[in-house]
Ligand binder design. Structure first.
Ligand SMILES: C[S@@+](CC[C@H](N)C(=O)[O-])C[C@H]1O[C@@H](n2cnc3c(N)ncnc32)[C@H](O)[C@@H]1O
Length: 205
């Protein structure tokens, strides 16, 4: 299947991420950076893949914070990847699909991050499964998103009021129960946990 044929690939936030400032990291990036730090403390040659990494803002921040970290960023939006390639050095940019990471090897990375991306997909398993596949045996997969505390999965589509265009994805809500059952069934996953994350400030609209 071609990248442009995928339903989920029709998700496009190019305008937001193409100009997104990489000089002021999101609070979430800083929190993730602290976790990455604890994961790589005894590793001489660590590697990290960021899935759905847009124009590379997180990997750019990682490159400033951890000099020896080998960085790869994958996104389905070609214009974001092309822009990032021109502007950011020390990061390998891959135009690809989170649900089928062709060209990325099994057990290739020490750390795999996926931030705010899983909720785009109508099925969380392919992208999560791929993150787990490309992660080393003793590696870590760090996924951020919203997860329903109740045992209910919800697929949410939206459009601006008045628009006659198709509805967009982006806010699907998977339950902790479904994700837990999936992870429990994977031999490759030795342990996992959910951690609560609360922004300590309000976001601008
Ligand atoms: C909400 S943005 C999050 C960007 C970044 N991770 C962040 O936290 O700032 C979701 C990103 O996922 C990308 N995306 C959408 N579908 C994808 C797919 N099938 N494979 C890889 N990336 C995808 C979008 O292009 C977009 O850059």
């Amino acid at each position: 299947m071609n990248l442009s044929d995928m339903t989920d690939a029709s998700y496009s936030r190019t305008d937001i991420y193409i100009d997104g400032s990489k000089d002021k990291p999101k609070y979430m990036f800083v929190v993730l950076g602290d976790k990455v730090e604890s994961c790589i403390v005894n590793n001489n040659n660590p590697s990290l893949l960021d899935v759905g990494g847009a124009a590379g803002a997180f990997t750019y921040y990682m490159s400033l914070r951890f000099a020896g970290l080998k960085l790869t960023c994958l996104d389905a939006d070609k214009s974001l990847i092309e822009k990032a390639n021109k502007q950011i050095s020390n990061v390998r940019f891959v135009h690809g699909d989170a649900n089928n990471m062709v060209g990325l090897g099994t057990s290739e990375f020490d750390i795999v991050t996926m931030t705010g991306t899983m909720s785009i997909f109508d099925d969380f398993r392919p992208s999560l499964g791929e993150c787990i596949r490309v992660c080393k045996n003793k590696g870590r997969v760090l996924v951020t998103g919203q997860f329903n505390e109740y045992p209910v999965d919800a697929l949410i589509k939206w459009r601006y009021s008045g628009d006659t265009d198709k509805y967009n994805p982006g806010y699907n809500l998977f339950s902790r129960k479904s994700v837990s059952e999936y992870l429990n069934g994977l031999e490759r996953v030795k342990e996992w946990k959910f951690e609560k994350f609360i922004l300590p400030f309000d976001l601008k609209k």
